[in-house]
Ligand binder design. Sequence first.
Ligand code: ZN
Length: 243
Amino acid sequence: MDLPRWLTDRQWLNLSRLPRFERRQIVIIVLFAIGLIAAGVLANLSCRLRHAARPSPRQAYGSATVVRVRSGDTLRIDRNDELLALAGIRAPGDDEPQCDESRRRCAELVLNQAITIAYDAQDRDADGRLVAYVDCNGVCVNSRLVEDGLAWVRLTPGTQRRSAELLAAQARARKARLGVWSLPPPDVEKSYELDPAGGLFHRTGCGAAGPAAQGASAVPREGVASRDACFERGAAPCPLCRP
Ligand SMILES: [Zn+2]
C-alpha cells in the first residue's frame, strides 16, 4: 500500500529546508503553545494552593473523631480542634432542664467515636462553628437526640435538608412524653414571636438577639398563635425567655 507522499517524504520534518520566514513562524507558534500550556499549569497550581490554604469544609471534612461533648448539640472534633454544632436542632443549654441528660446521651452516641459529617446549605454559624449532620455507627445523631426528646428541632433557612426526618422524630418524642416533653409546659402566652432566620420562637417582646444582630440579613419575627404551631414549624424555644 502506498503511504501518502507527505508521510514518506521526510523533508517536511527538516526545518532547515524551509524558507527562513516559515521557520520563524513555526518557532513562534511552538513557543506560544508552550507558553499557553505553562500558563494553564501555573493557574491550576495556584488555584489548588489557594484551596489548600483555606479549605471549604465540604472539601476538608468528611470524617473525624469526637474528642469532647460540650452539650447535647455541640461537639469538639479532632480535625483542626474545631467545634461542631449539630444542624437542625437545639439541645437544652447549661441552666435548662434536661441539659445533663442531653449531654450524656450525646456523649454515649459519639464521644471518642469516628463520625461522618454531612453539610447542609449552611456549613458554619455566626460563631465560626461548623454546622453539620453527624452520622455515627449508622445513626444520625441529630435525629436520635430529637427522637429521645433531648433536643428540639431548630430549622433555619440553611438547615432544611433533614427537616422531614427531624420533625417526624420530634412528633414521636412529644407523643411519648420523652425528655423535654415530660416537663410541665410553661405559662401559655396569647401569641408567640417566631424568628425564622434563627429557628427560634419567643415570648412577645423578648429582646434576645437573633441572627440579625449577629450580621445576618434582618428577617422580621412573625406572630404565631400557639407553641404547638411553633414546634410544627421547626422552631425551638428561645433559651432566654423560655416560652
Ligand atoms: Zn426569647
